[in-house]
Design a protein around this ligand. Structure first.
Ligand SMILES: NC(=[NH2+])NCCC[C@H](N)C(=O)O
Ligand SMILES: [Mn+2]
Ligand SMILES: [Mn+2]
Length: 361
């Protein structure tokens, strides 16, 4: 069988997955990566429940709720809505189960009740009603899972969705900190945005630095000292000012080069979580990675995190035991040739596994 037909049949088989998927057999040996990529074999460890018990904010039985969010309204490029579909087709749900998590997946979020008839730009803001309605609905779903003691993993979709996910996490854990891994700061206000694309603005709404009538539901309960960035390298002039004026801690690629990723993650945690006692919401934009590692994304920027640096961040956060929610955003499978798409989807899956303890010993 040729590689591509194998891939297609795997995709066909896994696309039928829906409903809850329970803990898988303990001795499974599963090839997670798409054909053509480094083959890594994983065995689940006998002490898997001890490993998962490190996640302090997650109740037993340790459950991950996977929320597929096929949404692209926060930016202009079609295709980012297919990101979660590809991640699920690549087997992310079984992979998480294999790590010992009880895995809950009810199919992709359909935004069934969301009907936006007429959504003209409001000033510079593009599709404000749609983005707002989708994020509000997502915040309720994420909030429900966090309240139930599960760990929500939201698969985007564009990064405007972070308004929903982070609002959901904060509804249960108002003291949660946000670690934002991204090439971009996504902190433009209505005054500073050069594009009007809301995926470049979610942090500003969450911090209450900007507002619009459509987004009145977003409670500005994120504090500037509870947000830290890693990976920045493409920040608009207005965003730079906002970061400075508000004293928001940010580690750009310059600091990653200078201090190394280990030191950067330590400093990031020291900045927002010095006693290592607050829940962590990790929002990971795949464009934080170098385009060589994750090419299939809407706003790629050269000079990004290496494969290992990206994974190290996830592993180090897993190690704290404080992870309360995770987002993986901006995988856009329509932008590149199949090889690059597979590469991006595959790295997306492995970042999620790392944050869920794959390499914890
Ligand atoms: N989530 C993202 N990929 N954001 C890119 C934002 C790009 C630019 N700063 C803007 O405001 O439009
Ligand atoms: Mn980005
Ligand atoms: Mn982003």
């Amino acid at each position: 069988m040729s590689t591509s037909s194998t891939t297609r049949s795997l995709i066909a088989a896994s696309s039928r997955i829906s409903g809850s998927v329970g803990i898988q057999g303990r001795s499974a040996r599963i090839l997670h990566n798409a054909p053509g990529f480094t083959s890594r074999f994983y065995a689940t460890f006998p002490e898997e429940s001890r490993l998962l018990s490190q996640y302090k904010f997650i109740k037993d039985p340790k459950t991950v709720a996977i929320i597929g969010c096929p949404f692209s309204g926060g930016q202009p490029r079609a295709g980012v809505d297919q990101g979660p579909i590809h991640l699920v087709e690549a087997g992310i749900i079984d992979q998480v189960s294999t790590l010992g998590w009880k895995t809950h997946f009810e199919g992709h979020h359909q935004f069934e009740n969301i009907h936006v008839e007429h959504d003209p730009p409001q000033g510079i803001l593009k599709r404000p009603k749609l983005v707002s309605a989708v994020c509000k609905s997502l915040s309720e779903v994420v909030g429900k899972h966090v309240h139930n003691g599960a760990l929500p993993v939201t698969l985007g979709g564009d990064h405007s969705l972070a308004m929903g996910t982070i609002s959901g996490t904060l509804s249960k854990h108002p003291d949660a900190v946000v670690i934002w891994v991204d090439a971009h700061a996504d902190i433009n206000t209505i005054e500073t945005t050069p594009t009007g694309n809301i995926h470049g603005m979610p942090a500003a709404f969450l911090l209450g630095l900007t507002s619009a009538p459509e987004f009145a539901w977003v409670k500005p309960i994120l504090k500037t000292n509870s947000l830290v960035y890693i990976g920045l390298r493409d920040i608009d002039p207005g965003e730079k000012k906002i970061l400075k004026q508000n004293g928001i801690t940010a580690f750009s690629m310059h600091e990653v080069d200078k201090y190394g990723i280990g030191e950067v993650v330590n400093r990031a945690l020291d900045a927002v979580n010095p006693y290592r006692d607050r829940p962590i919401h990790l929002t990971f934009d795949v464009d934080a990675l170098d385009p060589d590692v994750a090419p299939s994304t809407g706003t790629p920027v050269r000079g990004g995190l290496s494969f290992r640096e990206g994974h190290y961040i996830c592993e180090a956060i897993a190690e704290t035991g404080l992870l309360a929610a995770l987002d993986l955003m901006e995988v856009n499978p329509s932008l590149m040739a199949e090889f690059d798409v597979q590469k991006t989807v595959s790295v997306g899956c492995s970042l999620v596994r790392s944050a869920l303890g794959e390499t914890l010993l």
